[in-house]
Design a protein around this ligand. Sequence first.
Ligand code: SF4
Length: 208
Amino acid sequence: MKSMATLKVNEIFYSIQGEGLRTGQATIFIRFTGCNLKCPFCDTTYAFDKGRDMSANEIMVTVLNTAKVNKIKWVCLTGGEPLIQDLHDLITMLKRAGFHVAIETNGTCLCYEEVDHITVSPKAQVKFYEYNKDTVQNASELKFIIEDTDSIAYAEAFLAQFQFKNDPALFLQPVSNNPVATKLCVGHILKDQRFRLGLQIHKFIGVR
Ligand code: SF4
């Protein structure tokens, strides 16, 4: 029987951060299984179901072994949607071990105060009232996936709904680095300089 203390983990790997403010930073990624949304453009559908049950201790052993060899300080909790699982014990252990903890979330679940860097990626199919206000308002950065003019309009409307505490960086990220969407993003950023362009550089340089 599954222990209450286990977490379902899709993969743990060491790479560089390919998106957002921390782009280029060497990072250990813990990808958790499962998501409460099913976005049509999702590029991590392989994390919806597949994974193995690991205790926080087992995850820490893997992280510490990787960090020992490579002297890594940043750990990124990602998914899927990492916050649908209870990450409290793991985050406490990571912080006690001296790691900086980043999280990538769709913003619909409550985040933990101990997290150092919160990336919220709002999704157009989610109603504003369905977001977790604390998580969104504490974001370090917001990453909007842009497919068309409607998704830019959603980003604008989203920003008007919340009071942000940390002056988050605002990224328009063309879906899958699509050239048409990229042109759309650039055109909008040149008119509204609150936003900056976000590209998935890991896909250009062939790393995960
Ligand atoms: S919220 Fe993220 S992980 Fe979940 S389905 Fe959407 S894109 Fe995929």
